[in-house]
Design a protein around this ligand. Structure first.
Ligand SMILES: [Zn+2]
Length: 77
């Protein structure tokens, strides 16, 4: 059973499947995306543009979701 959500990595222009923080693979820049938005170029290292890393030009996958840290603390109720 593989019923998992898409885990990326995602390319510039892809639709964001899940809200959360995504990290630019080449430089580690993090950006928060919401569902329905589209992944953009990285404003930090310019990956996804012609000025960025050669290996991460437009159309290349470069955004990976940051796995949420499960906090053991429970909210008081
Ligand atoms: Zn970057």
């Amino acid at each position: 059973m593989t019923d998992q959500l898409p885990a990326g990595p995602f390319s510039k222009g892809d639709t964001v499947p899940n809200e959360g923080d995504y990290v630019c693979v080449p430089c580690g820049y993090r950006h928060h995306y919401k569902p329905g938005e589209h992944f953009s170029e990285c404003i930090s290292c310019l990956s996804g543009t012609g000025d960025g890393h050669e290996d991460f030009l437009e159309g290349e996958e470069m955004w990976e979701p940051v796995q949420p840290v499960i906090d053991e603390k429970e909210q008081s109720n």
